[in-house]
Design a protein around this ligand. Structure first.
Ligand code: NAP
Length: 248
């Protein structure tokens, strides 16, 4: 059974990693896909072709998630091209890991802009078509680091914790319009972002993960599918940790 037939999904940061897996999963379930990237031009083109070959409409947009004006332009372009926006996944994010003693103001700002301001930027824009349709699902990608913290990741953790407070507030603001807003908090997932976690370093973390392995991008995509579809129609303002049991 296809769960997102003819829905329009806008996914940020889908040229690689978790976003790419979500785009593919949603397309498998019949959604038309608009997605963004920052610099991976070729990967975006390849994904566009892959999704189109699955029989859905697909278009990649080069758009900096941290830029308010760009988010406004993006939402307008997507509505023009696709007719509406039913699902928005604020997935784009970066990490700039450093102990606080060495963390520069520039690094702090860069992380906040890409991870937290980005969620404000696009959520504000997609609310309009969703309010018009009196329906919508917004999914914001946090991290278990936003719940637990992690040494060397204070900026990243603060940005991801901010997403949780933002989401819970928005869920209260727009629930009456039948727009849901939830968070996914992944644990460690095998992507470019975690490429440094290999060998002994990975083994150390496995001890803290009850399921004894890192997550796969598809694990996160399955959770996103659940929250995006009518399977999650009575769920809003929640944080779904997809982390092999790291947070309980
Ligand atoms: P990734 O492999 O590094 O991919 C990041 C994606 O975001 C790329 O498509 C990148 O585009 C895009 N991006 C980065 N900055 C952007 C910006 N300013 N504007 C638009 N797009 C931008 O990351 P990932 O591991 O898939 O992570 C995806 C999300 O999950 C992030 O929010 C991350 O914090 C969160 N997360 C990841 C893990 C994990 O273990 N991997 C765990 C918890 C949470 P380009 O290809 O063009 O650079």
């Amino acid at each position: 059974m296809k769960l997102l037939e003819n829905k329009v999904a806008l996914i940020t940061g889908a040229s690689r990693g978790i976003g790419e897996a979500i785009a593919q999963k949603f397309a498998e379930h019949g959604a038309n896909i608009a997605f963004t990237y920052l610099s991976s031009e070729e990967k975006a083109k390849a994904l566009e072709e892959k999704l189109a070959a699955m029989g859905v409409k697909a278009k990649g947009y080069k758009s900096d998630a941290g830029d308010f004006k760009a988010a406004e332009q993006l939402a307008n372009d997507v509505v023009k091209e696709f007719g509406t926006i039913d699902i928005c996944v604020n997935n784009a994010g970066i990490s700039r890991d450093n102990l606080l003693l060495r963390l520069t103001p520039e690094q702090w700002d860069e992380v906040m802009q890409a991870n937290l301001k980005s969620v404000y930027n696009l959520t504000k824009q997609v609310m309009r078509p969703m309010m018009k349709a009196r329906s919508g699902s917004i999914i914001n990608m946090s991290s278990i680091v936003g719940i637990k913290g992690n040494a060397g990741q204070s900026a990243y953790a603060a940005s991801k914790a901010g997403i949780i407070g933002f989401t819970k507030s928005i869920a209260q603001e727009i629930g009456s319009r039948n727009i849901r807003c939830n968070v996914i908090a992944p644990g460690f997932v095998e992507t470019d972002m975690t490429h440094y976690l290999k060998g002994d370093e990975a083994e150390k973390w496995f001890k803290d993960i009850p399921l004894g392995r890192f997550g796969k991008t598809e694990d996160i995509a399955n959770a996103a599918l659940f929250l995006a579809s009518d399977m999650g129609s009575y769920i809003t303002g929640q944080v779904l940790s997809v982390c092999g049991g790291m947070t309980q």
